[in-house]
Design a protein around this ligand. Structure first.
Ligand SMILES: CC(C)(COP(=O)(O)OP(=O)(O)OC[C@H]1O[C@@H](n2cnc3c(N)ncnc32)[C@H](O)[C@@H]1OP(=O)(O)O)[C@@H](O)C(=O)NCCC(=O)NCCS
Length: 393
């Protein structure tokens, strides 16, 4: 599979409209267009100049008579699904139409072209965050639940050996992340270049706990105007004390006020501070290639079925744009099939929740009253799910 969703594809119409992927000499104009978010160009430059995985052809452009009027970017990610399994995801971000060209269908056209190219390129899934779900639901995306924790921490303990990370710490920090996140669902698989580059575009600080020269945990934070955003926490789940130490140190610049996306296994680190769990709306997802999705889910879902006492095939019916399909799970593997099941099909939001979160309380609520809920819970039990904001787009 190529990392770009579309090579140099182009479609034009007699009205002078061209939809195509970008070339290196387009990026300047893309950055100018991104200021139509009402943010300075400098806010976007690091995402284009320091992301080692960025290729101009991941940018999709709409031009009218040679003028750039809209842009969309594909962010390639490989997300962990637990147990060593991963799933390729075409993230969608930086969707922008010039102020004077809005409501003329440009974003719609870009989405159609980019989603279709990403499916052809073999990506299993697509994810995005938005405040305009109606723009994406007509392209087959559904809303999936996500939470954020709010807390006011105590003061960091005087003996906390927490210090800012330097570049030399990054290989150890990356290794810790690999170890802590290996069984989680949601964190992206990253290389060292991502770790180095993302510090530029996230504008964040990485703090590490340093016990006699040994780095044992880390926290990534962004200090906002009135709180600290914890974009990632790396501690062992049996060392929540260290989690508390790191969170208190991270939140110090804003008198302890923090917001954090944390997997269930780390949430108890916030226990002493009466944290509140709030909905964080905006996450949407849809499958792109069912065979690729089936292959990504195969090892986890089939091995769980093998652990059931009298295993029988489970069929997960799915709604796709304009058609129904299903995933058939046997003890041998998962296969994409035409529609097979009598059970009501899962909409893309419910499928996204099932794939990433498993049958935790939020997913079960979304799935509603279903006769096959025990089967779904057996193949996809609740996961230690988190989408670290570090990996978002
Ligand atoms: C959001 C944005 C990209 C839409 O671009 P666009 O080219 O105007 O969108 P389209 O004309 O293709 O609209 C397609 C559909 O999306 C929905 N939509 C688009 N803009 C919308 C808005 N401001 N409010 C509500 N729905 C909207 C509508 O359903 C629309 O279909 P309709 O015009 O037939 O009703 C554009 O308004 C923009 O650049 N906004 C600022 C940046 C931003 O918010 N980006 C999105 C981040 S997720």
């Amino acid at each position: 599979m190529s990392t770009s969703a579309g090579e140099s594809s182009a479609a034009s119409d007699p009205g002078g409209l061209v939809i195509r992927t970008a070339r290196a000499d387009d990026i300047d104009r893309v950055l100018d267009l991104l200021t139509h978010y009402d943010q300075p160009r400098a806010a976007f430059e690091p995402w284009y100049e320091h992301d080692p995985a960025y290729r101009p052809e991941q940018s999709w452009l709409a031009e009218t008579h040679g003028r750039l009027v809209a842009h969309l970017r594909i962010y390639p990610r490989r997300l962990r699904l637990g147990g060593g399994a991963t799933m390729t995801v075409a993230g969608i971000g930086n969707v922008i139409t010039a102020q004077e060209a809005r409501r003329q269908g440009h974003a719609d056209r870009l989405l159609r072209a980019a989603v279709s190219a990403a499916a052809d390129a073999g990506y299993a899934y697509s994810l995005l965050w938005t405040h305009l779900p109606q723009l994406y639901s007509r392209h087959g995306y559904g809303e999936a639940p996500e939470e954020i924790l709010h807390a006011v921490t105590g003061l960091p303990s005087a003996d906390a050996c927490v210090r800012p990370a330097n570049d030399a710490d990054l290989p150890v920090v990356a290794e810790l992340e690999n170890r802590f996140d290996v069984d989680r669902s949601g964190p992206a698989v990253r290389d060292l270049a991502f770790w180095r580059g993302s510090r530029n575009w996230l504008g964040d600080d990485v703090l590490v706990s340093d016990r006699s020269g040994r780095v044992t945990g880390y926290v990534r934070r962004r200090v906002e105007r009135d709180h600290v955003n914890v974009v990632e926490l790396g501690v062992a789940t049996d060392d929540l004390h260290l989690g508390r130490v790191l969170l208190a140190a991270a939140a110090q610049p804003r008198q302890g006020r923090l917001r954090a996306s944390l997997p269930p296994s780390l949430r108890r680190a916030l226990d002493p501070w009466q944290s509140a769990v709030r909905d964080s709306p905006g996450l949407m997802g849809r499958p792109l290639s069912l065979p690729a999705l089936a292959s990504a889910l195969s090892s986890n879902w089939s091995s769980r079925l093998r652990a059931v006492q009298h295993p029988r095939d489970v069929v997960v019916p799915i709604t796709l744009p304009g058609r129904l399909a299903s995933l058939r799970i046997s003890t041998e593997g998962v296969r994409a099939m035409p529609e097979l099941a009598a059970a009501p099909p899962l909409d893309p939001g419910a499928l996204t929740a099932l794939v990433l979160r498993g049958c935790d309380a939020r997913t079960v609520l979304l799935l509603g009253d279903r006769a096959d809920i025990d089967d779904l819970s057996a193949i996809a039990p609740a996961q230690d799910f988190v989408l670290w904001p570090t990996d978002a787009f």
